[in-house]
Ligand binder design. Structure first.
Ligand code: PLP
Length: 368
């Protein structure tokens, strides 16, 4: 009925009245348009699968019943995940729609409105985003400059003062690529009165893990994802921990959060784990080639990395212009200027194929 139609202002008035001020004050997470660009902004594995593997995968999917809800037990997928991730016997797993969802699950279950969540900064943006969206007080512990190392004494002191319900530690860290000292992580786990989530998204490139330490700590949870391994499109994350923890966290997980296509495809992919491992080994080798090339630019700073990306600083005041210049030349990287303490004029570049890395370097030479 067109004569009863309302205008946008009337809708906006209702939205403004009903949606919480906390949410209205936020910006949305921005995903850059990437069509036609060399995409080096999101830590994706640049490699696909050989054609025979794609055929075998599609054959597997034929049998997946789309009319049925997924099986939350997913025994085949879980067994593969336990094996490749080295989950200790006696520990449970929760699967998530990406580890992003698991961050949200931990926060939903722990602390409550007004409680404190603590993490180093700069680090993974979703720790703060999810905390603030749920009304938690987010306390950032600044990393040391210029190497972005984690100062255990500073973190332990902040934990003593703020008594966080949850601590997030990315190991290695994003966007710096630094691997915190294991002794610093250990000190934080011991000092924290609440849960400590060690986020090992980049374990495929670093190899270091707190998985075996689960048995030694009552407050430790270890988070993994298959995204950086080469399966970002699947959206599959893993949280490992003591059964008593996962028993409670499971109550706030939505019942069918991992879909049937992800379950079947994840299991299939992990049956061919050696393909993904070969790709990550290639990426690590190419990262070092790219890092040496970047060190050859005397106007840039590049940090060592334990992940599949490099953090790069452009000359003072030029960071955003460099990112724009790269995009104009067909290369997409992540602009980090202003994204956290110590990140002025920084950009983050994922390690691509050798051809993509060359395209990036060529564009960079033209811009710098
Ligand atoms: C990419 C990333 C994640 C998110 O992984 P998804 O499983 O794709 O949601 C989590 N933690 C860190 C540190 C990351 O860099």
């Amino acid at each position: 009925m067109s004569d009863g139609a309302i205008g946008p202002a009337e809708v906006e008035a209702v939205v403004a009245r009903v949606v919480s001020a906390r949410v209205r004050a936020r910006g949305a997470y921005h995903v850059a348009e990437s069509a036609g660009l060399v995409k080096l902004d999101a830590m994706e594995n640049p490699y696909g699968w050989p054609a025979d593997l794609v055929d075998a995968w599609l054959e597997r999917l034929r049998a997946v019943p789309l009319n049925r809800y997924p099986d939350p037990r997913a025994p085949g997928l879980r067994a593969r995940l336990r094996a490749v991730m080295g989950v200790p016997a006696g520990m449970d797993l929760m699967l998530g729609n990406g580890s992003d969802e698991l961050i949200q699950v931990v926060l939903l279950a722990c602390g409550g409105e007004g409680s404190v969540v603590l993490a180093p900064e700069p680090s993974f943006a979703m720790y703060r985003v999810c905390s603030e969206a749920l009304g938690r007080e987010f306390v950032a512990v600044p990393l040391d400059e210029p190497d972005f190392s984690l100062d255990a004494a500073r973190a332990v002191d902040a934990i003593a003062r703020h008594r966080p319900a949850v601590v997030f530690l990315a190991y290695p860290n994003n966007p710096t690529g630094a691997l915190p000292e294991a002794s610093a992580v250990e000190a934080i786990i011991r000092a924290a009165p609440g849960a400590v989530v060690v986020d090992e998204a980049y374990e495929p490139f670093a190899g270091n893990t707190f998985m075996p330490a689960l048995a030694a700590h009552p407050n430790l949870l270890v988070m993994r994802t298959v995204s950086k391994l080469g399966l970002a499109g699947l959206r599959l994350g893993v949280l490992a921990g003591h059964p008593a923890w996962l028993h409670e966290l499971d109550k706030v997980r939505l019942p069918y959060n991992v879909n049937v296509l992800t379950e079947a495809s994840g299991e299939f992919a992990l049956e061919h784990y050696e393909v993904l491992r070969a790709q990550t080994a290639r990426i690590v080798a190419d990262r070092e080639v790219l890092r040496r090339e970047l060190e050859g630019f005397n106007r840039l700073t590049v940090w060592p990395s334990h992940a599949n990306f490099l953090l790069v600083r452009a000359p003072a005041g030029e960071g955003p212009g460099v990112v724009r210049g790269l995009r104009e030349r067909g290369v997409l990287v992540k602009d980090l200027d202003g994204a956290g303490p110590g990140l002025d004029d920084c950009l983050r570049v994922s390690v691509g194929t050798p051809e993509e890395n060359r395209a990036f370097l060529e564009a960079l030479r033209a811009v710098i």
